[in-house]
Write a protein that binds this ligand. Structure first.
Ligand SMILES: Cc1ncc(C[n+]2csc(CCOP(=O)(O)OP(=O)(O)O)c2C)c(N)n1
Length: 903
């Protein structure tokens, strides 16, 4: 038993207050020390807890500090023996380090602009390796795989491991960051960061944009619980692992869902924060200690925290340190200084770290300079890492974070370790390469080292057999992404959308229509249970409150209160098997939840159909990068930007009125973006989307903007379905006797009724007839046109291909397009058509007012459409320009010098 006696030193009071009675204090300290010696730390903890409770009863306003000393949470005594072969695992880690380094340096030797990183993986290698050798489980015994989120710029290390495991070969490694060249050579290139889009059978989770991996991992872990609690899949025994950077923890996304993970008691989630104390430019917290800061943050959020600060060699020093000199100096040393110590050799550290006081100096006296140099930080010690992972994996009731201290550029010597510039280091001198080889005892000749030859030991040797055995014990190789799941049957459109396709001019908004269709899909006997409605605290805004009662809100703890509205037929119902994911006011959380459901087909082998409905301005604009990552991850599902449009949302004003989401959506290659005007259009798009995603298993997702304006919803005209999907179809014509001229009017979304009204005015007031087209997607029109144009350009020997949009509108008749989005959206088609083309849109800041006045202000109302049509005809010489002046006067259009986008 350890002797915990401790001399109380009043000068070292952590409270900072003077001690009136040092003798009494000493007695308390002695009592605590003797209990600890006699009955162990657990008993001491219990007594302290009881004292804390008692102090509360006595109204003493005191609570213990959240932080703990800068030492390992897991004491050397509590550590289980290491179950692996340490020597072999260290050798393997060295090989991984070498191959990862060689891959990056070789690529950059050939093409200096390719980039890549060495230093981050050098710091994370041991953290990865312990995971691969002991914890990361592939599918086995009917239990599906663990999920692992890798720090993106450490991907060379994952490739290096896949190379040794036989998942990748030398050709792949030679095409690191050269995917185009690789494809031409018939080889799979290796993407810079984890990108399922680029390596669909390898990477599962895109993490390249800092912060996305952390938040995504939380929602994936929560979604596994959702599947479990809803009886859709047994996800027990599976863990979500995430290795992230300490700099990355600064991202708001990294932090924003911590309390959710704790609230949901996600003990299937383990984060390893690689605290190499550096980010790209310099120290993460030069003047503080990131590990201590994160400890308090995570603890405050309700996580189990394991500090993994020092390696095994420090155990002996700490045990000999009766006066706690090390702990004191750790507490006084800031990260910027720790980084300097990391960058310097043993001699420097003896002088500048251990030389700070006589007690420390004495501790170091027994060590040579080389031994001091080799003192490991916790995140480089396989034994300590294993102990931390094991404790984390077995910790019940809470998510765990391991804060592992490492050295950035570990082993890169003078060129990299702990250097300010190490993040960007892509080249190493011959001397540095040879030093690296020696440091990690790699069996390479000088020539092999200088040539950066990849090293793969013979498959019969002990290391390779060990590596394969370890993976076999864990179910096989990890990097295997599934590309499909059993298809789901899609109900006939009439089953959920009959009211929409036979609407008979019933008045409703497209948002209402969608919600009704969603209700119908939820009731479908086969598909229903796979539907995942997701909201970010706006269900009532979109008229979805009836679903609370109907399918329940998912709550892992059920409903432990009587809801205020219990007697209402729409009462608020939370349930363990609830279907709605109500994510609160976190669009980042809600989209992460959507991604978890939208990739369930791949991650869990069970297709789900998520519908995330949100305030459209708080989608692509607010969390666009998460949507970009969703696209990379090959998400399949529906995003619904509700109460959309710059003028449709009326009084909500500048921050809420969306005039851009459709344009941003158009930049995402696998996002099918639609701005439907009518309920039947919504139904046709839903039907088509479900078939593409659930039956044909295409890696696409759909974005629909939905509006809250009520207007008459017509019945689906015959034969327009394919036009709706392609992006436009002829809706109607406004004919007149002996027309003066003809125009084509294109309208989208909620502006379409303005277009219909404009056609009437043109007929009545100006004797001009119109063809009226509903444009459901300028994006889809432009994409198809782009294809046709490209094909024609590259096939000069073949007849030119025309585009669908050109077939619809080319000619002499002027075309006027009006949208509630910025003009750039309809202009997507401009270069593919050959006709006079005028575009009206809502460029500029939104503001509060009525729909009518907003449309007048933005010049997208029926009068503005008439003026635009007359002007186009006048410019062609088909009518006189005086008619335009007459129209401006007749409609009392107030002509101001400032355009809407200038106000
Ligand atoms: C959103 C985002 N911003 C910036 C970057 C560029 N970037 C890549 S790695 C990096 C530094 C990461 O530091 P840290 O998280 O501490 O990891 P380390 O490399 O030190 O292990 C930065 C800024 C990025 N990938 N994503």
């Amino acid at each position: 038993m350890n002797d915990f006696s401790l001399a109380y030193n009043p000068r070292h009071l952590s409270s900072g207050t003077d001690d009136d009675d040092p003798l009494e204090t000493q007695e308390w300290c002695d009592a605590l020390a003797s209990v600890t010696t006699a009955s162990g730390p657990a008993r001491a903890k219990h007594l302290l807890n009881v004292l804390l409770d008692t102090s509360r009863d006595l109204n003493i306003p005191w609570r213990p500090a959240i932080g703990t000393p800068y030492i390992n949470t897991i004491d050397a005594d509590e550590q289980d023996p290491f179950p692996g072969n340490l020597e072999i695992e260290e050798k393997l880690a060295s090989i991984m380090r070498w191959n990862a380094l060689a891959m990056v340096v070789r690529a950059n030797g050939q093409f200096a602009d390719l980039g890549g990183h060495i230093a981050s993986y050098a710091s994370a290698a041991d953290l990865f390796e312990v995971g691969f050798n002991h914890f990361f489980r592939a599918p086995q015994d009917g239990v599906a795989s663990d999920l692992v989120f890798f720090q993106p710029h450490s991907s060379p290390g994952v490739y290096a491991r896949a190379f040794l495991e036989g998942r990748l070969d030398e050709q792949n490694l030679l095409h690191y960051r050269q995917e185009i060249k690789a494809k031409r050579a018939g080889v799979m290139g290796l993407s810079s960061y984890p990108h399922p889009w680029l390596m669909p059978d390898f990477w599962q989770f895109p993490t390249g944009s800092m912060g996305i991996g952390p938040i995504s991992s939380i929602y994936h872990a929560r979604f596994m619980r959702y599947l479990q609690h809803r009886g859709l899949q047994n996800t027990e025994g599976r863990t979500v692992w995430g290795v992230f950077g300490d700099g990355e923890m600064d991202e708001p996304e990294s932090m924003s869902a911590l309390t959710l993970a704790a609230r949901e008691r996600l003990d299937n989630l383990v984060w390893v924060v690689n605290c190499n104390l550096q980010r790209l430019d310099g120290p993460v917290r030069g003047n503080g200690r990131i590990i201590d800061e994160l400890e308090m943050l995570f603890k405050g959020a309700g996580w189990h925290v394991i500090k993994l600060v020092w390696g095994s060699d420090w155990d002996a020093l700490l045990a000999r340190d009766d006066e706690k000199a090390l702990q004191k100096i750790f507490a006084e040393t800031v990260d910027g200084q720790f980084q300097t110590f990391a960058a310097k050799d043993g001699r420097y550290n003896r002088e500048h770290f251990f030389g700070q006081n006589p007690q420390l100096k004495k501790l170091a006296d027994a060590l040579s300079d080389e031994q001091i140099d080799m003192l490991k930080r916790g995140g480089h010690d396989l034994v300590k890492i294993h102990a931390a992972y094991k404790a984390a994996a077995n910790h019940p009731g809470q998510p765990t974070v391991i804060l592992a201290q490492t050295k950035k550029g570990f082993g890169m010597g003078d060129t990299g370790q702990g250097k300010m510039t190490t993040h960007q280091q892509k080249k190493l001198t011959k001397e540095a390469l040879l030093a690296f080889r020696d440091r990690f005892h790699l069996p390479l000749t000088d020539t092999q080292t200088e040539n950066l030859e990849f090293y793969k030991p013979d498959s019969a040797c002990a290391e390779m057999r060990y590596l394969q055995e370890r993976r076999k014990a864990l179910g096989g190789s990890m990097m295997n992404r599934n590309q499909a799941a059993p298809p789901l049957p899609v109900p006939a459109i009439e089953h959920y959308g009959q009211f929409a396709i036979k609407a008979n001019d019933k008045v409703m908004s497209t948002t209402m229509a969608f919600v009704r269709m969603l209700g119908g899909l939820l009731k479908d006997t086969q598909l229903g249970k796979h539907v995942v409605p997701i909201v970010a605290d706006e269900a009532r805004t979109f008229g979805m409150a009836n679903l609370f009662k109907q399918v329940g809100i998912y709550a892992s703890a059920g409903q432990q209160y009587e809801p205020e509205d219990i007697d209402s037929i729409l009462s608020y119902r939370e349930a363990k098997d609830g279907q709605i994911l109500e994510e609160g006011i976190s669009e980042a959380g809600a989209i992460s939840s959507w991604v978890a459901a939208a990739t369930s087909y791949s991650v869990h082998g069970i297709a789900m159909l998520p519908f995330y409905i949100f305030y459209s301005m708080f989608g692509f604009q607010r969390i666009g990068d998460l949507i970009w990552a969703a696209a990379d991850q090959r998400a399949r599902g529906f995003l619904l930007g509700a109460t959309a449009g710059r003028t449709t949302l009326g009084g909500e004003g500048l921050q809420h009125q969306d005039g851009s989401s459709q344009l941003i959506a158009s930049t995402i290659p696998n996002c099918r973006a639609y701005d439907p005007a009518f309920a039947f259009e919504v139904a046709v798009i839903l039907d088509h989307g479900m078939r593409e995603m659930l039956v044909e298993q295409k890696d696409v997702f759909y974005y629909l903007s939905l509006m809250n304006e009520n207007y008459a919803q017509p019945t689906l005209p015959d034969g327009v379905e394919s036009g709706i999907i392609k992006g436009m179809y002829p809706f109607s014509e406004q004919n007149v006797d002996k027309p003066r001229a003809t125009v084509k009017l294109l309208g989208s979304g909620a502006i379409f009724p303005e277009v219909l009204a404009a056609a009437q005015l043109l007929a009545q007031d100006w004797n001009i007839e119109s063809e009226i087209w509903s444009v459901t997607s300028f994006t889809e029109l432009a994409r198809q046109a782009r294809q046709a144009e490209r094909w024609t350009r590259l096939h000069p020997d073949q007849p030119a291909r025309t585009s669908y949009v050109a077939d619809c509108i080319n000619g002499d008749i002027p075309v006027v397009a009006a949208t509630d989005y910025v003009r750039a959206l309809p202009q997507l088609i401009a270069s593919y058509i050959n006709c006079p083309y005028t575009v009206l849109g809502t460029d500029g800041f939104g503001r509060s007012d009525t729909r009518t006045r907003l449309r007048e202000f933005f010049e997208v109302d029926k009068f503005s459409i008439v003026i635009a049509a007359l002007n186009a005809l006048a410019l062609q010489g088909k009518i006189s320009r005086t008619l335009c002046a007459e129209a401006l006067a007749r409609y009392e259009i107030c002509v101001t010098d400032l355009a809407p986008w200038e106000c």
